[in-house]
Design a protein around this ligand. Structure first.
Ligand code: PEP
Ligand code: MG
Length: 889
């Protein structure tokens, strides 16, 4: 096979074969842009190397052939003593893996050619500096030597000379450094630094291949869900130098502002510098616009190229370039990363410019980005006093008093304070404190740290790994890099979207995007900015394109109304458990404690009108749209007092000789109902079968509420849903009873009532026997929360806080299966149930009401397996609408 492509032989669509960087270098070459000549070794060669631990046969010859051609083009040989061709060897996989793999610059230098380079460039310092960089990079990446050894040697040299800047080292210093570096290599590897240019190149190529499987790269891929067997391409590119003097330099540029999407000149430039210097932040860069003054010719050419690239790629591009003695060279381009707001604005602008279609635009914005735009934010116009910055672990804007332990967080929040929990890092013991806090700030750990994972799970604002802040939990204070101190109780503000931490209270404002969804901001009004207009435009397109409906999980009239404003086409899950708490708890207690049928019936009779009212309000808010009411699901003990507290109360009363008959009975009941594993115990449909009259009362309440609404001229559309069914027999019993009650109520009220009765699919057994269950169910709603719990055997209430951060760090999975559907396992069950359910009952309505209904990636999967709707929390409804549209487009 052909393993090596000259840049001119490739194009941008060959990313699989040439990697992202190689494909784009090829594209730029063919556009006639100034790209230093070179060639790309394919990912196929890398894959061969990784499998066989050896270069594929014929590769060496192909490389030699392309290298010879390159030498002819450049008019000099690699490492030619009097005038050396130098090359860079760079990794470049299909998916960008920033900083994960290796790069070696200045290949071709040795003790002889360094003198040739000095003579040709007329710059001795430059030549020696290039040489020491080669040994340093080669030593570190190819030979695996600890990079600090080199850094330390530079520091020692600078200290000896009493200087702090690398630029203060002269040619002699650097020549000395080369000797030191070669000694380091010798000592670490027991062999001389390889002087043969072709050997340098070959070793560097091999090192890039190997770096595909470096531990950090493996981990990164696991977390980002990049397949592990793609391999990387290798780009061998003739060197151009930005460090030849002040008429040279290197920079990065964006064709638009990646933060806001605004068109203009964005980027950084550094004079007399090479490659990594810009990114490494060793010296201060200047804004790209300064280049106009420094080198107007190159600047004009760069702007011209940027425009070409953007029109050609039809998207925001980011660019790396180098200027060598006034000559501009393009080193890299790619479609650039951007913030959520920029993504919407840019896509919208490109549609306006006629560069892309509306369909393409909708394909380029994601539900995840939309979700980010919906969080409340700090008022941009307000003063802010920044203390430091960490990682944006979980979006949102939170203000509160700094506390440094969970106990204080809980105590203060109980007394009505808003607090920000500040910890070095969190662990499962902090869970309650995290729940009590408005936001969480840590100084250690990344985006998969415990704090980050748990906060995201709770939808709580979190900034993590703010290393500039010294969080001293012992002394209950934190110290910023500039020495300012935040004591316990001081107010701070944290921005989970940007990762910033501010001193004092920064005012929070609602997102304009939410105001738009809530109907408070007219996208045609002057107040609406480009972002809101873009969201409006894309939502309309997505709504028209999608096949699936989007419903909401809501169980109060207010939530139902809000969901409807957000575009929900019904309620996919109305949980009834909260209706049994609060004031009604005593009634429920009486029901659970009832010794006689009479007592039980009395309690149910008292609950009935209350339940009916619940439903009336919701049916009214959702008039004309389906409302799936789920019958009671949680274990009964959840409605009884805590067993420990109650035991203490009884014991105290007993010791004091006080009356405690009632409590004693209650305690007995609590004991009777106590389960080791309540989530696998008496709950869901099992309650309906075991507690006489309970489900009957609920169905009656639904039917009566519907009858009432009908009489008032409404169009109630309830659907009755039975939870946690494992076998069709359970469902049959409850369904027959429900049908009977609905008929009874219809007759009593003289109205026609006919509700679909269906089931949740929440247990693997239900999924696997869906063909049977569909005999008795008119619809299925996948309860993917429980289905994930029961498929994995993960307690949904515990694992995310306890060991998931560990699993995520180890890359067992890239995201919690409670957050994004585990397509291979849980998804397979969903697919089986959908297919077998519909085989039994062709018109079977299918939906999902677990958290996954609002998760972008999962929505695509649900579309693909043919569900009729997804249901999610009201706030996620727009996200699901957009993603359902993108899935169908
Ligand atoms: C589910 O299990 O996915 C579900 C929606 O029900 P709940 O979360 O109430 O258990
Ligand atoms: Mg459930």
């Amino acid at each position: 096979p052909k393993y090596v492509y000259e840049f001119a032989e490739g194009n941008k669509d060959l990313k699989d074969l040439l990697g992202g960087k190689g494909a784009n270098l090829a594209e730029m070459t063919n556009l006639g842009l100034p790209v230093p000549p070179g060639f790309t070794i394919t990912t196929e060669a890398c894959r061969h190397y990784l499998v066989h631990r050896a270069m594929p046969p014929g590769l060496d010859a192909q490389i030699e052939e392309k290298l010879a051609a390159l030498e002819t083009t450049m008019g000099k040989r690699l490492g030619q003593p009097d005038d050396p061709l130098l090359v860079s060897v760079r990794s470049g996989a299909k998916f960008s893996m920033p900083g994960m793999m290796e790069t070696v610059l200045n290949i071709g230098l040795n003790d002889e050619s360094v003198r040739g380079l000095a003579a040709q460039s007329g710059n001795e310092r430059f030549a020696w500096d290039s040489y020491r960089r080669l040994i340093q990079m080669f030593g570190k990446t190819v030979l695996g030597i600890d990079g600090e050894l080199f850094e330390d040697a530079i520091d020692v040299l600078k200290a000896g000379k009493g200087v702090t800047d690398d630029l203060d080292l002269n040619a002699d210093d650097l020549a000395g450094l080369v000797v030191t570096f070669k000694d380091i290599v010798c000592e670490a590897t027991g062999a001389e630094f390889p002087a043969d240019p072709r050997e340098q190149m070959r070793l560097a190529i091999e090192a890039v291949f190997q770096s595909w499987n470096a531990p950090r790269a493996v981990l990164y891929r696991r977390q980002e869900r990049i397949p592990g067997d793609l391999g990387t391409a290798v780009n061998v590119c003739s060197m151009v130098f930005g460090n030849l003097g002040m008429d040279s330099g290197t920079g990065v540029a964006f064709t638009r502002d990646p933060a806001t999407g605004q068109q203009g000149v964005y980027g950084d430039y550094l004079q007399n510098a090479q490659g990594e210097d810009v990114v490494a932040g060793i010296r201060n860069t200047v804004p790209l616009s300064e280049l106009e003054r420094i080198d107007p010719k190159s600047y004009a050419e760069l702007l011209d190229i940027m425009e070409k690239l953007e029109t050609h790629y039809r998207d925001l591009c980011d660019i790396e370039f180098t200027i060598e003695r006034g000559k501009l060279w393009m080193l890299q381009t790619r479609v650039g990363k951007r913030t959520a707001a920029a993504a919407f604005r840019i896509a919208n602008q490109l549609v306006d410019q006629g560069l892309i279609t509306l369909e393409e635009a909708v394909g380029r914005v994601t539900g995840e980005q939309l979700a980010q735009l919906m969080f409340p934010r700090f008022d941009e116009k307000a003063d802010r006093d920044r203390l430091g910055r960490g990682m944006n672990a979980s979006p949102g804007a939170a203000v509160g008093r700094a506390v440094f332990d969970s106990y204080t967080a809980i105590k203060w929040s109980r007394s009505g304070e808003q607090v920000i929990l500040c910890r070095r890092e969190t662990n499962p013991d902090d869970l309650e404190g995290m729940i009590a806090a408005r936001g969480i700030l840590t100084s250690r750990g990344g985006k998969t740290s415990h704090a980050a994972v748990v906060a995201r799970g709770m939808g709580k604002t979190c900034v993590c790994g703010a290393e500039e802040l010294d969080i001293d939990t012992k002394n209950r204070r934190m110290v910023a890099a500039d020495g300012r101190v935040v004591e316990e109780g001081d107010v701070i503000s944290i921005d989970g979207t940007s990762g910033e931490v501010f001193l004092g209270e920064v005012p929070v404002v609602a997102s304009p995007v939410v105001r738009y969804f809530e109907g408070e901001l007219d996208p045609a009004s002057a107040e609406a900015d480009e972002l809101v207009r873009a969201v409006h435009r894309f939502m309309r397109y997505a709504d028209a394109a999608r096949r699936m409906d989007v419903r909401a999980n809501a169980d109060t009239p207010a939530d139902a109304a809000r969901a409807r404003r957000m575009g929900a086409q019904g309620i996919g899950l109305c949980r009834t458990e909260h209706m049994f708490l609060g004031d009604r708890r005593p009634l429920v207690e009486r029901l659970i404690l009832a010794d006689t049928d009479k007592e039980r019936e009395e309690s149910l009779a008292a609950l009935l009108p209350l339940q009916r009212e619940d439903f009336t309000g919701i049916f009214e808010a959702m008039d004309g749209l389906p409302v799936t009411v789920r019958l009671l699901d949680p274990p009964l003990h959840e409605f009884l007092p805590d067993i420990t507290e109650l035991s203490v109360r009884v014991a105290v009363a007993e010791a004091r000789g006080e009356e405690h008959e009632g409590d004693l009975r209650l305690l007995q009941a609590v004991h009777r109902l106590h389960e080791q594993n309540p989530m696998l115990g008496l709950r869901g449909v099992r309650l309906g079968l075991v507690v006489p009259g309970l489900f009957t009362m609920q169905v009656r309440a639904i039917a009566e509420a519907a009858a009432e609404r009908v009489k008032q001229g409404g169009r109630p559309r309830p659907e009755i849903m039975i939870p946690l069914v494992g076998t069709v027999q359970e469902l049959e019993i409850i369904r027959d009873e429900a049908v009977r009650v609905v008929r009874e109520v219809a007759a009593e009220h003289g109205v026609e009532l006919d509700f679909p009765i269906g089931t949740m699919i929440e247990l693997p057994r239900a999924a696997l026997t869906a063909g049977q269950i569909a005999e008795s169910a008119e619809f299925f709603s996948f309860g993917t929360n429980d289905l994930t719990q029961t498929t994995w055997g993960f307690s949904r209430d515990d694992v995310e806080a306890s060991f998931f951060s560990n699993y995520l760090e180890k890359g067992v999975f890239g995201v919690s299966p409670f957050e994004s559907l585990d397509v291979d396992g849980v998804g397979r069950l969903v697919r089986i149930a959908a297919e077998e359910g519909r085989a039994t009952r062709p018109g079977l309505k299918l939906g999902v009401c677990g958290e996954h209904g609002g998760d972008p990636v999962s929505v695509h999967f649900f579309h693909e397996v043919g569900l009729d709707y997804v249901s999610c929390s009201p706030f996620r409804v727009p996200v699901a609408r957009l993603e359902a549209g993108r899935a169908a487009a």
